[in-house]
Design a protein around this ligand. Structure first.
Ligand code: AMP
Length: 434
């Protein structure tokens, strides 16, 4: 029989890597909390319209990368059907859906939420690109001032600082204007790209009709050459958007956050307005492996059925952050909590050992046990292999007189203590699990 494999583009995160993930999850939770963001957990799948209406039906994410969720017995489906579901490809659309559904517009604004979890996209798997990846995001909904854009960028930046990943990092930033400026931007792009249409890839030929702004997002080589002389959105946006953008940059200057003005940063999702930004390693000039990104999305709440509400947010890619942490050889906080290993000889001793598991773990210490192994030698070997600090040996004699042999596995010293003194003994000798 064939052995089953995880689906292409997904992976198991094994125990040896958990320290990196924990480090990142803790940093993210800490910084989001310090910045006054509350955690929200959202369903992993949503009505497909949550994504088609927000991310945009002409985008790669919706057109090519969305995973449908359906029962095996269901037959037909389409992006347009009413009750179709899709695995979430990103977090913002779901947060905005939740904002509207839970009446958050009536709460004190702005609403500040953060999330963490799996996202799913049918991408071509390669290093740093998976079909299931982990993302952390923060959304600030209900405030339109550039100071909120700055606060959002700062929160992401501080996560990188906390992780020691900021040294080689830069923020790419751009403004893509709002509804007011879009017709002018579209017109300028269409007219420029129509003059170069013979060198465009098929995707860009389609974008020329459906979503000209996204022409700037193409990574194809021949399109890249054309992009270099394309009209720049900053020159085309109205005075208001320009003023806002300059203010955002002033905040970044004040905060000493390094940035690059990148006129082709439009991002692959339709809901963005005004500020767009991405975090990348300085040498990754082609933005092949951004660590995160985001922007303002002032039209999205209304687009999904709520009141007109300004908002700004970001999403970070945790898988890429883990890879960078490993590459940078940053030393992680030591997670090696010392543990004790129970060793029992005989049935009565085994009974005591199991009840000691309850007692020791309730007191906050880490414990391990290999009850299948009978001999003292085999159990001691196991205790050493799993790096236990102490072995607690309960033989027949100890079982009868309620004592335990405590063997220090570092220096092989041992002493006999009575069972009811065990926890106060550990209190002096061992660190607790937090
Ligand atoms: P996006 O919503 O496309 O801006 O994605 C936000 C961040 O998630 C990106 O900057 C990446 O760090 C990460 N990301 C996006 N797609 C993938 C993927 N297929 N695999 C791993 N990380 C991803």
């Amino acid at each position: 029989m064939d052995s089953l494999q995880s689906p292409r583009g997904t992976r198991d995160i094994l125990p040896e890597d958990q320290q990196y993930w924990n480090f990142i999850r803790q940093a993210v939770a800490k910084k989001a909390t310090y910045f006054g963001f509350d955690r929200i957990d959202l369903p992993m799948f949503e009505n497909v319209k949550t994504f088609t209406r927000s991310i945009g039906s002409g985008t790669d994410i919706v057109e090519k990368e969305l995973y449908e969720v359906k029962r095996f017995s269901e037959k037909q489906s389409s992006l347009e059907s009413k009750n179709n579901f899709a695995l979430r490809p990103e977090g913002t659309a779901g947060v905005v859906r939740a904002y509207i559904q839970n009446g958050m517009q009536y709460w004190t604004q702005p609403i500040k939420l953060w999330y963490l979890g799996s996202m799913f996209r049918y991408d071509r798997p390669q290093k740093g690109r998976y079909r299931e990846f982990q993302s952390m995001g923060a959304e600030l909904i209900g405030d339109e001032s550039p100071a909120s854009d700055a606060q959002i960028i700062l929160l992401a930046w501080e996560v990188f600082v906390e992780l020691g990943l900021d040294n080689n990092l830069i923020v790419d930033i751009n403004t893509i204007g709002d509804d007011n400026c879009r017709p002018k931007i579209r017109k300028a792009l269409v007219s420029y790209y129509e003059n170069n249409y013979q060198d465009l890839c098929q995707d860009c030929l389609n974008r020329l009709k459906s979503n000209p702004l996204r022409l700037l997002d193409c990574k194809n080589e021949s399109c890249n050459k054309i992009k270099k002389n394309a009209p720049q959105t900053f020159d085309l946006v109205d005075e208001n958007c320009k003023k806002n953008f300059k203010e955002v940059l002033e905040y970044l200057d004040e905060l000493n956050i390094p940035y690059d003005l990148n006129p082709s940063l439009v991002r692959g999702l339709d809901y963005y307005t005004r500020t767009t930004f991405e975090f990348r390693q300085k040498e990754d000039t082609e933005r092949q492996s951004a660590l995160g990104g985001g922007g303002r999305y002032d039209g999205l709440v209304e687009l999904l059925g709520g009141q007109p509400t300004p908002a700004v947010g970001f999403g970070l890619g945790l898988d890429r952050m883990v890879e960078l942490l490993k590459k940078s050889r940053i030393s992680l906080p030591n997670e090696n909590i010392s543990q004790v290993c129970l060793i029992s000889l005989g049935e009565r001793a085994k009974l005591i050992a199991v009840s000691l598991i309850q007692e020791i773990t309730r007191a906050g210490f880490k414990v391990t046990f290999a009850p299948q192994k009978d001999s003292l030698k085999a159990q001691l070997r196991f205790a050493n292999k799993v790096n236990s600090a102490f072995a607690l040996i309960i033989g027949q004699k100890e079982a009868l007189d309620n004592t335990i042999i405590v063997k220090n596995l570092d220096d092989s010293s041992q002493e006999i203590i009575s069972r009811n003194k065990l926890i106060s003994y550990f209190n002096k000798k061992l660190s607790r699990v937090n």
